[in-house]
Design a protein around this ligand. Structure first.
Ligand code: 3BY
Ligand code: FES
Ligand code: FE
Length: 424
């Protein structure tokens, strides 16, 4: 494809890429990042190009587009994307950009269509992206085959949909296999979204992820969440008490009976999966710790499944319990603005008002999301000050943040064409 670009002398990112790489190579590894990483417009453009346009991103769940013609849209920075279910159940992703004069094709968040029809001049595409109809006056030489929608790489596993905007996506097979294995008990073809929320946070996307990767702030911030959640999820964690280790041993014996995976699995720093017990006697992330949905997920017989936690960098964390699951998607909107979308999933046969009340179901994470939004926004405001300088992460409480920043720094360096240090 012919690329048209402005003279690179005029491209402000040429110099910014070099100084970004330089800051990443010389950064203090266990300290927060230098200020521009959190608030600079050029650095944001580099994050979009090197992370969000090159890495695999969590987009949504297959249950959101259950039948032929169902579609969902999302924006990766300036790149609108549409994900649609075609014939034979195949799921396709396309740049949501008409090949006529570039209008956005699908404008709604979600919907169902027979064909993809552009709202501008009604060019009409098949669900597999082929252009079927382009008005009547395009001339005799016009070849429909040359104007199909541009595909976006996509893969699915365990009900999750991932997309990748690059021409050369990195391999993901290990993660997809692992995800299938951990999600098998939940029979992800049998789930639906009970309720969802999107909140806009006035903070850089990395502050949103950093905040999620530690529970150092939980005691001071999250009374509702701490009704159910332990502040750590690993018996090797220095904070793990003998009582936690005993609880883990007891629950793991139960989980063996139910044949559900629980081992901690880390795939590089990008993906981490583990099942951890909730507080003793608590089975779900609800205000009272009781199931929020009477009908359990998948093939599960007991609601007491703890929480299966799934991390996928750069943009998702998730909690799967026995009765419901909560999935989270993070998308940058600007240098200091991020949208966090949360979806609560239940068994597809669960009946609203009988088996679950969506308002009850969402209470804990609505409160927690709002608290985390405030923390990230205050973090952003302090970082914008001329007084900000990178500060030390606690290796005991904030190792997850260190891991995230290491992953981020390495991906940016490598994607910019620099050598990156090996991660341990
Ligand atoms: O539960 C979570 O997803 C994160 C991890 C630690 C604190 N927190 C809100
Ligand atoms: Fe889509 Fe004209 S821009 S039909
Ligand atoms: Fe939090």
């Amino acid at each position: 494809m012919q690329k048209y670009v402005l003279n690179t002398m005029d491209d402000p990112l040429v110099a910014a890429r070099e100084s970004t790489a330089n800051m990443l190579q010389t950064r203090e590894r266990t300290f927060s990042l230098p200020q521009p990483f959190y608030n600079d417009a050029r650095l944001f453009a580099i994050d979009m190009q090197e992370v969000f346009e090159k890495e695999w991103l969590f987009a949504g769940m297959t249950c959101e587009i259950p039948t032929k013609g169902n579609f969902m849209t999302l924006d990766i920075g300036d790149n609108p994307v549409v994900i649609v279910r075609g014939g034979e159940g195949t799921i396709h992703a396309f740049h949501n950009v008409c090949r006529h004069r570039g209008s956005r094709l699908c404008v709604k968040d979600k919907g169902k269509v027979a064909k993809l029809v552009c709202p501008y001049h009604q060019w009409t595409y098949e669900l597999d992206g082929r252009l079927l109809f382009a008005g009547s006056d395009m001339g005799t030489d016009f070849n429909l085959d040359q104007f199909g929608l541009k595909p976006v790489s996509i893969c699915t596993a365990g009900g999750f949909i991932f997309i990748n905007l690059s021409d050369n996506p990195p391999p993901m097979d290990d993660f997809l296999e692992t995800l299938e294995h951990y999600l098998e008990p939940y029979q992800m073809d049998n789930v639906k979204v009970a309720t969802e929320s999107s909140i806009v946070e006035q903070a850089n996307w990395k502050l949103v992820i950093e905040n999620n990767r530690e529970c150092y702030h939980c005691n001071g911030a999250h009374p509702e969440l701490l009704n159910s959640l332990q502040e750590f999820d690993d018996t090797e964690d220095p904070r793990a008490t003998p009582a936690y280790k005993e609880l883990v041993a007891r629950k793991q014996a139960d989980w063996d009976q139910e044949r559900v995976p629980y081992q901690l699995t880390r795939l590089g720093h990008q993906n981490r999966l583990t099942r951890t017990p909730l507080l003793d006697g608590i089975v779900s992330m609800t205000m009272d710790g009781k199931p929020g949905c009477k009908k359990l997920m998948g093939r599960l017989k007991s609601p007491d499944m703890g929480s299966l936690r799934i991390l996928h960098l750069p943009n998702s964390w998730n909690h799967f319990m026995g009765d419901h699951a909560v999935v989270f998607r993070v998308l940058p909107l600007g240098p200091q603005q991020t949208v966090v979308t949360t979806k609560w999933l239940v068994h597809k046969d669960a009946v609203e008002g009988v088996d679950y009340d969506p308002e009850q179901l969402r209470r804990v994470w609505d409160a927690t999301n709002d608290q985390d939004r405030q923390l990230a926004e205050e973090n952003q405001r302090g970082i914008n000050s001329k007084a900000y300088q990178p500060g030390p992460y606690s290796e005991t409480y904030e190792f997850g943040v260190i891991d995230f920043v290491d992953w981020y720094a390495n991906r940016v360096l490598e994607n910019l064409g620099y050598e990156a240090p090996t991660l341990h």
